[in-house]
Design a protein around this ligand. Structure first.
Ligand SMILES: Nc1ncnc2c1ncn2[C@@H]1O[C@H](COP(=O)(O)OP(=O)(O)O)[C@@H](O)[C@H]1O
Ligand SMILES: CC(C)(COP(=O)(O)O)[C@@H](O)C(=O)NCCC(=O)O
Length: 389
């Protein structure tokens, strides 16, 4: 594996660092998540030997927030002045649609990345699907990692680095102030991790190094977006979420009280809960009354009810009291987090807590970067040494 060495002022050779650039990439079913470590402690020697191509890439990535029509740098998520693999710098979070992966490869060739020798650790289904195109066109060393292993690695790393990473809602139903608080997360106790990507994987996590995938469901973030596009004619996730936040799902769903006239007391089903998702939509009159926003909201609530009940069953079976939700489905999606938080609290009678994460969908990409540092630096110690200043 390739690595650089730096020299101290006394001329002694110091620790070897992996060759820059340092990336981690997760090529998912919907989105590519790219994390880039920008070194801020480059020595004069390193700047001299960096070369024009690398310098241009560094400047291009860090000075823009949008790349072409589809690439976005989530600058509000950036982690600055962190230590990684013995170096100090900033971690940048970039995403673009997986459907544009081939354009991304062509852009890398245009920017002459194929003339450099470096290594990238990659995960997600696309690490396999696009491997041949990437290796043929870019001629980089492409190291594939498992997406759930890297999800765990990234989660452990970021939650230690950032004390505000995990949070919960104390009053999820309070529209004026749902009371969002940081959650002090202790990874040593077992918990459930529900990753809501295109589809959903549910993991039982015992510790940093020990987890198992309990189950999954195909009704995930991709289902919400796909059905929303079909039902409302919207064409982006941001638009779908905006619509959903304005709608009323009760115009679309049939509630217990629509059937019972009130609660179904014998089995503890309150009148306000959904008895039948989209159950009103067999009526022409109700269809005419439902707006696009109502349909978007009902789609969201349908997907969330399914996620909530599967997560709850898994948490009870596994006997855990914390459920962490990750995945880009929760991006700009406070409405869903609050619905999930309320549902978990209500159905568990306050026993099970829903916890959310600021870097939602980026953990597997971060896990790749971690793995890259550990493998090329032979270093597995800086998980505990890393700090954000
Ligand atoms: N800009 C976006 N474009 C498309 N989907 C998005 C976007 N932002 C958030 N999402 C939501 O995130 C889901 C993908 O989540 P992610 O964790 O990235 O999964 P994957 O790894 O399968 O791509 C989508 O199905 C959609 O619900
Ligand atoms: C196949 C996947 C792991 C891919 O991950 P994703 O790109 O959706 O994040 C995920 O979509 C999944 O677990 N789907 C559910 C499959 C099932 O258990 O039914």
């Amino acid at each position: 594996m390739s690595s650089n060495t730096t020299s101290s002022a006394s001329g002694h050779e110091e620790k070897a660092y992996p060759v820059f650039p340092w990336f981690g990439i997760d090529i998912g079913g919907t989105l590519v998540k790219l994390v880039y470590f920008e070194p801020l402690d480059l020595t004069a020697d390193e700047i001299r030997s960096e070369g024009e191509i690398l310098m241009n890439i560094r400047r291009y990535l860090t000075s823009n927030r949008a790349y072409g029509e589809d690439g976005v740098r989530d600058d509000e998520l950036e982690l600055s002045n962190i230590e990684l693999g013995g170096r100090r710098g900033t971690l940048h979070f970039i995403r673009f649609p997986t459907s544009k992966m081939m354009n991304f490869i062509d852009m890398c060739v245009m920017r002459n990345l194929h003339t450099l020798t470096f290594q990238i650790f990659a995960t997600g289904g696309g690490a396999y699907k696009f491997e041949k195109d990437i290796v043929d066109k870019l001629q980089i060393s492409w190291c594939k990692c498992d997406e759930l292993d890297t999800l765990m690695k990234g989660l452990c790393y970021i939650s230690k680095l950032n004390s505000k990473e995990c949070f919960y809602y104390e009053e999820p139903q309070n529209d004026a102030n749902p009371n969002k608080h940081p959650f002090v997360f202790d990874i040593k106790h077992p918990f459930l991790l529900v990753n809501i990507g295109s589809g959903i994987s549910i993991l039982h996590v015992e510790s940093e190094s020990s987890y198992r995938r309990i189950t999954g469901t195909s009704i995930g973030g991709g289902t919400f977006l796909g059905l929303c596009c079909l039902l409302t004619g919207c064409s982006s996730y941001d638009e779908a979420i905006q619509l959903a936040s304005e709608g009323d799902s009760n115009k679309v769903d049939k509630l217990v009280k629509d059937i019972y006239g009130g609660d179904y007391e014998r089995f503890g089903l309150p009148g306000h809960i959904v008895a039948s998702s989209f159950g009103h939509m067999n009526s022409l009159e109700k269809r005419e009354q439902a707006s696009k926003a109502d349909l978007a909201r009902a789609t969201l609530v349908t997907v969330l009810n399914n996620i909530g009940s599967i997560s709850m069953m898994c948490a009870q079976t596994e006997n855990v009291d914390r459920v962490l939700f990750s995945g880009s489905f929760l991006r700009i999606n406070e409405v869903s987090m609050r619905i999930l938080a309320y549902a978990m609290d209500y159905w568990s009678r306050g026993k099970i807590k829903a916890i959310f994460l600021e870097h939602e969908g980026y953990f597997s990409a971060v896990g790749c970067l971690r793995q890259f540092i550990m493998d090329t630096n032979n270093d597995d110690t800086d998980l505990t040494n890393s700090t954000q200043k």
